[in-house]
Design a protein around this ligand. Structure first.
Ligand code: GMT
Length: 377
């Protein structure tokens, strides 16, 4: 098949999933065309059967807000025709599903059809899509897609609840990991060597947006550190980074909190982690938690949204009510003080991630969806 993929190419779970999916599809013999405003961050420079089409938004002094969604629609239309694409798979509804619908309509006028598949990732439904400015267009664009997928059962239910999309057939296809890459044994423990073999490593990876509650991460760590010699490694960047740094200073733990900034290849870091912290209050899936589990790092988070479909409380990590910093810290302390229990949980985390979320089985679900979506010839 010839597949067009559109996503946010910068840092973020939806862009990571879309890019990994495109790479996996190309490895399986499909031709993949990324149509985005920048090279997706997880895309290496060259891969067989993978192409990149940059969306250029024309600048004009009149445009205080350059119309990216229109430029994207035009580029989609062009690539479908020039490359003979079979389908467009867009990740994150706003504005990608809208642009794809425009491109589809333009093609229809020319006597040509294109299948549009929209994958909902999270804040496109839970935050942005429910903002009054975007609600109606999000609902419209979802309903106009030929197929819709959501990355968790939670997100599917939230889509139906928030948009009343009762006629929409939302298929749940979860996110995935490549078990060869997200594998503790496959990486040199360079980070562990740097931090000191005698200290446990707690890790957090995110875009440091308010939903991620990075201050809770620092507070959980401060409690764990009182009982267990440990460091906290913070990977990523975003609006709450400075307040997290301030919180570390306020709690007197700043010398044991390391802010590494944005790093795209996280598997080698996760392979050194003893615990992963993701105490977000709204999470449709939690890709970084899955990546941590696959690397054998038990994950600790709040009992909300799709994260409950990824982390198994007491088996591969711990889930506590939102704000229960002490509950997560006490769980972490007990686990880190009990090496036998930690090893069992680490092994269970890696095994469960492989059993339920391996790239091979999930990419096959997308392929099956594509086959079912294409018009019968
Ligand atoms: O984090 C966001 O604001 C949006 C989005 C993204 O583009 O990275 O993240 C969502 O998609 C990820 C990949 O499917 C999920 O793992 C995240 O849970 C989800 N974020 C939220 O629901 C907050």
């Amino acid at each position: 098949m010839k597949i067009g993929i559109t996503c946010y190419p910068t840092y973020g779970g939806s862009g990571a999933v879309a890019t990994e999916l495109g790479i996996a599809l190309a490895e399986r013999g499909h031709e993949v065309h990324f149509i985005t405003y920048q090279l997706p961050f997880r895309l290496p420079v060259f891969l067989p059967r993978v192409y990149f089409h940059e969306v250029d938004v024309g600048r004009y002094p009149l445009f205080q807000y350059p119309p990216y969604d229109l430029a994207l629609a035009v580029r989609m239309h062009e690539v479908v025709i020039n490359e003979g694409l079979d389908l467009l798979h867009v990740h994150y509804a706003i504005p990608h599903a809208t642009s794809a619908w425009i491109a589809k309509e333009m093609l229809r006028k020319e006597g040509r059809d294109i299948t549009v598949i929209t994958t909902l990732h999270g804040t496109d439904i839970t935050i942005v899509g429910q903002d009054h400015s975007f609600h109606a267009i999000t609902k419209f664009s979802i309903e106009k897609s030929d197929r819709i997928t959501a990355v968790s059962q939670f997100l599917k239910e939230e889509t139906v609840r928030a948009f009343g999309c009762t006629a929409c057939d939302v298929e749940v296809i979860p996110n995935f990991v490549d078990p060869a890459v997200y594998n503790r044994a496959a990486h040199e423990p360079a980070l562990r060597k740097q931090m000191g073999e005698d200290k446990k490593i707690l890790m957090h990876i995110s875009n440091f947006r308010p939903v991620k509650r990075v201050l809770d991460v620092v507070r959980i760590f401060a409690k764990v550190r009182q009982e267990v010699p440990s460091v906290l490694v913070m990977v990523g960047d975003g609006p709450d980074r400075l307040s997290a740094e301030e919180e570390a200073r306020a709690l007197g733990v700043q010398h044991d909190v390391h802010f590494l900034g944005r790093i795209d290849a996280v598997a080698p870091l996760l392979a050194s982690a003893d615990l992963f912290l993701l105490p977000t209050d709204r999470e449709s899936f939690g890709l970084s938690a899955l990546e941590a589990l696959a690397c054998g790092a038990p994950a600790l988070g709040y009992d909300v949204g799709g994260i409950t479909e990824v982390v198994k409380d007491g088996v591969t990590g711990a889930l506590r009510p939102v704000g229960d910093i002490d509950g997560l810290a006490q769980f972490g302390i007990a686990l880190l003080k009990d090496p036998k229990r930690w090893s069992a949980m680490s092994a269970a985390a890696a095994a469960d991630a492989r059993a339920r979320f391996s790239s091979g089985q999930i990419v096959a679900q997308y392929e099956s969806l594509y086959m079912r979506s294409l018009p019968k010839r």
